[in-house]
Design a protein around this ligand. Structure first.
Ligand SMILES: [Zn+2]
Length: 133
């Protein structure tokens, strides 16, 4: 792992050495076979939209616009990763659509520190962005 600050937006996961199941984030043991022989792996920074929901009532302290889209994205390695979907009209949302990881600075609270938050963005950026009233 040569990306300590995550600036390039690599998702980290754990892969089971026994059964090969891969999970997003940290894990102490394999959820599939309970083995504790896990290795850290870099996950892909793109995947396909598996499911999504439009959130109209955000959690407390939600810093972004409302409503927003919460997308569940399936990575090639298998894990599903939940994050906000940005840069897409609601009408353009489509299951199976390819998305890529995007890091956005988000301020936590009025005076809190700025955190880098991962989100999903369309993998192909349209050349001309439409502005609609
Ligand atoms: Zn396992």
């Amino acid at each position: 792992m040569n990306d300590p600050d995550g600036a390039s937006g690599t998702l980290l996961g754990m892969r089971c050495l026994k059964c090969g199941v891969c999970v997003f984030g940290d894990a102490i043991f394999c959820q599939a076979c309970s083995s504790d022989e896990l290795e850290a792996v870099d996950l892909s920074s793109s995947g396909v939209l598996f499911s999504y929901t439009i959130v109209r009532v955000p959690p407390d302290g939600w810093p972004g616009p409302v409503p927003y889209v919460l997308g569940e994205v399936e990575l090639p390695e298998g894990p599903h990763v939940l994050a906000e979907v940005i840069g897409m009209e609601h009408a353009d949302l489509q299951i199976g659509k390819e998305v890529r990881l995007a890091l956005e600075p988000v301020q936590s609270g009025e005076t809190g520190p700025t955190l880098m938050v991962y989100k999903w963005a369309p993998s192909a950026i349209p050349t001309a962005s439409r502005q609609e009233g």
